[in-house]
Design a binder for this molecule. Structure first.
Ligand code: ADP
Ligand code: ASP
Ligand code: MG
Length: 404
């Protein structure tokens, strides 16, 4: 079998853990499998690098940010390869570029456009365990990174490109839960979850998988197993096309996402082309807009509110400032103290009243809803950031997700 395994930051945070991971990899190798292992930077290394950068400047050139952040993974691949070598396995570590991971040139949010698997296949044929740096790729000769949490995407992309038989994501929890088990201790592990539901869970804040890794897995119908790097006996959660196991569940999970900010534009002229000008300008700067709400018209003007990731706030405010005169709104404001709470479940489509039940849970806790969006399999509400955890707990309880 060809197995792709990915180990996250906390799984390789210390020398002892790296040795444990090496042991797991060696087991697979000695059982006769071809092993490709993707690793993240050790522990909080990426955060530490970002903090270091902030001590130098608030305005770093985008290229240099990726040059800096990609170094974390380079440390962990080398150390893991050494540990694997000590266990008597032939091994080689490769950077994203050496592994053939080609991306576009959107620094810090680069997308994988192609993987040239020649080098990896060559190394596998030589009998090597191949250890690949997650989170990074190259555009021509320039190093790029895939966005926070992007090692999951590196792993799934490699699994797809290599037509792997198994793609395992090892992390610090033993699977995907009905809510973040650190926030809701009563959360229950899901045995299986569909790609669609997992995509929503991940996109709406369940950071256990990078959203784009799930997108890729869905597109190429690649099952993913999420499991614990601390307890190799635990079976984990299978993310796959149809999830027979959880079909009866109306809601499969509750999430919250703190990386949200809201921007409001006031007294926007009510005429064609306005929304286009605003959101095209944001898109041109690679700013993803999430929720959009436009108020009713009064005296030929209305208000437009939208949310973006908090990381993009400064960039977005600069765009808003720039287009204010041309678009003609009277003023704008922003709020960073918000969070998005969501419920996800494919059972929602056929069960009326799901959104109402969510709102009821929030009402009972006295939590005010600032914005709402819905789709066939999710409902999201923006609330004050300091109420998000309370909201998640209340909703989880209301839907009796602990009791299943
Ligand atoms: P890694 O470093 O292995 O990539 P992450 O920190 O990115 O790990 O993701 C794992 C974390 O995701 C867990 O520690 C957990 O707190 C969090 N998490 C959030 N929502 C969920 C969920 N629904 N199920 C499991 N874990 C979740
Ligand atoms: N090291 C990167 C990060 O912390 C990538 C990852 O862990 O997936 O975001
Ligand atoms: Mg992660």
């Amino acid at each position: 079998m060809l197995i792709v395994q990915k180990y996250g930051g906390s799984s390789v945070a210390t020398p002892e853990r790296i040795k444990r991971v090496a042991g797991r990899v060696a087991e697979g190798y000695k059982a006769g499998n071809k092993m490709v292992v993707v690793v993240s930077a050790m522990g909080d290394t990426t955060d530490d690098l970002i903090n270091l950068m902030k001590e130098i400047t608030n305005n770093p050139p985008e290229r240099e940010v990726d040059m800096l952040l990609s170094t974390g993974e380079q440390v962990s691949i080398a150390l893991l390869a050494m540990a694997i070598n000590d266990l008597g396995c032939n091994t080689v570590s490769l950077t994203g570029g050496q592994a053939g991971v080609k991306t576009n040139r959107v620094y810090s949010k680069a997308k994988i456009i192609d993987i040239d698997t020649k080098r990896i296949e060559n190394e596998l044929d030589k009998g090597n365990v191949v250890v690949v740096a997650g989170f990074q790729g190259v555009n021509e000769n320039e190093i790029t990174t895939l966005g926070r949490g992007g090692s999951d995407t590196s792993a799934v992309a490699l699994a797809v490109a290599l037509k792997a038989d198994l793609c395992e994501i090892y992390t610090d929890v033993d699977g995907v839960y009905t809510a973040d088990p650190r926030v809701v201790p009563e959360a229950r592990k899901l045995k299986a979850v569909s790609h669609d539901e997992m995509l929503e869970l991940a996109s709406l804040g369940a950071k256990v998988l990078h959203p784009r890794s799930v997108e890729l897995a869905k597109l190429y119908n690649m099952p993913i197993v999420v499991r614990s790097s601390f307890d190799f006996n635990s079976m984990g959660t299978v993310v796959q096309e149809v999830s027979e196991m959880e079909k009866d569940l109306i809601i499969s999970g509750v999430t919250h996402d703190d990386n949200v900010a809201r921007i409001g534009l006031y007294d926007v002229p009510d005429k064609p082309g306005i929304a286009y000008s605003v959101f095209r300008a944001l898109a041109n700067k690679n700013i993803d807009v999430d929720m959009i709400i436009q108020s009713a018209v009064r005296n030929n003007v209305n208000d437009i509110s939208f949310t973006i990731t908090r990381d993009d706030l400064r960039k977005a405010l600069a765009v808003v400032e720039e287009i204010q005169r041309e678009v003609g709104f009277s003023r704008y404001a922003h709020d960073e103290d918000v969070s998005k709470v969501s419920i996800i479940g494919s059972g929602m489509v056929s069960n009326p009243g799901v959104a109402a039940t969510m709102f009821e849970a929030l009402a009972e806790e006295g939590i005010n809803i600032e914005m709402i969006t819905t789709s066939e399999i999710k409902v999201s509400c923006v609330v004050k950031a300091d109420q998000a955890v309370k909201a998640v707990k209340a909703i989880h309880k209301k839907f009796e997700l602990d009791a299943v």
